[in-house]
Ligand binder design. Structure first.
Ligand code: BDR
Ligand code: CA
Length: 322
């Protein structure tokens, strides 16, 4: 159902993952976003499992009309896969059991690049954007695909959750001492996607902003969710995902939701212009650095701060909506 009034037409690239799943649901709730498709990438879980998780959530929300595509099964170069199972639970959704829709062929058999190309070309230049909340493997593959280079110009912007830049606080790592998970999982891909010579609008929000201690969910919220009048499957899923997350670390940040907010409500963020370096080798593999450069002609903006109050309004109003 195509709605010409929405401001953003979006393809989500995710590795669900608890915060990816919540980010997906929050994007689906938005009146300003139309989700045209969802691709999955190897990250928190494998891309096939991620695709099945996505199909299940869409089915539960009655949105099986949205195509789901399985993307990369491994990082560009590094073959050993690392999984933060501790944070996302077995299967990626904290043990949540959901039905798969019966019609299995719903998992699109299209090649991801073909799907993205035909989607971008069905709209005006710049009309379709990508929100990327996993390792950047799928996007890097598009960037390096010669057949895709003429299509790239159709893309509006890419809103990325990844890296840690020490801008809002001192955070530079999480998964390792120096690196954030998405960039650590495929630093070669991050480097390609964030290449300063690439003529494409990119916005990046890193862990230093997404781990803001004033933008967390806590057990109280989960209690509120379970007590909501007229609970729906959507609030049940939300309560289950967040219940698992807060059982691991009492409060938790939903990192990937920031990438949705940054596309839909950029005014909630302070953004700085510059370039990003990603370290590929040694113990700092996956480490990211931001070098501010207002004069530069490149197209990379990095979030350095978020308006906590407004972000929380955005987040909680959607989480608590039946
Ligand atoms: C990122 O790592 C993943 O585990 C989350 O889904 C998020 O995308 C945060 O570092
Ligand atoms: Ca993610």
């Amino acid at each position: 159902l195509s709605n010409t009034m929405v401001n953003y037409k979006v393809i989500l690239d995710v590795d669900p993952g608890i915060d990816d799943a919540i980010a997906t649901m929050i994007a689906l709730q938005s009146l300003d976003i139309e989700v045209l498709g969802i691709s999955t990438v190897n990250g928190n879980i494998g891309s096939r499992l991620g695709a099945l998780n996505t199909l299940k959530i869409l089915h539960a929300l009655g949105r099986s009309d949205i195509p789901v595509l399985q993307g990369a099964t491994k990082p560009l170069i590094k073959r050993r896969t690392v999984r933060p199972e501790y944070f996302h639970g077995k299967g990626g959704l904290g043990g949540l059991q959901l039905e798969l829709p019966e019609n299995k062929k719903i998992l699109s058999k299209l090649r991801l690049s073909d799907f993205i190309e035909s989607t971008l070309k069905s709209y005006r230049k710049g009309e379709v954007s990508i929100i990327a909340t996993g390792p950047l493997t799928n996007i890097a593959k598009l960037f390096t695909d010669d057949n895709f280079s003429s299509t790239l110009g159709y893309l509006g912007e890419i809103s990325i959750m990844g890296g840690a830049f020490g801008l809002d606080n001192e955070t530079f790592g999480s998964f390792t001492k120096y690196a954030e998970f998405n960039f650590y999982s495929d630093p070669e891909a991050a480097k390609i996607v964030l290449d300063e010579n690439q003529n494409l609008n990119r916005k990046v929000v890193g862990l230093d902003v997404t781990s803001n201690p004033l933008c967390t969910v806590d057990p109280e919220l989960v209690r509120k969710l379970t007590k909501l009048k007229g609970t729906t499957l959507k609030t049940k899923i939300t309560a289950s995902l967040l219940g698992f997350a807060v059982s691991v670390r009492n409060t938790c940040n939903l990192h990937d939701v920031f990438a949705v907010a940054m596309l839909e409500k950029p005014s909630l963020f302070k953004l700085k212009k510059g370039r990003i370096e990603v370290i590929l080798n040694g113990t700092m593999r996956g480490h990211s650095k931001f070098i501010e450069d207002n004069a530069s002609s490149n197209h990379i903006l990095v979030a350095s701060d978020v308006n906590e109050k407004e972000f929380n309004n955005f987040l909680f109003s959607r989480l608590l909506k039946n």
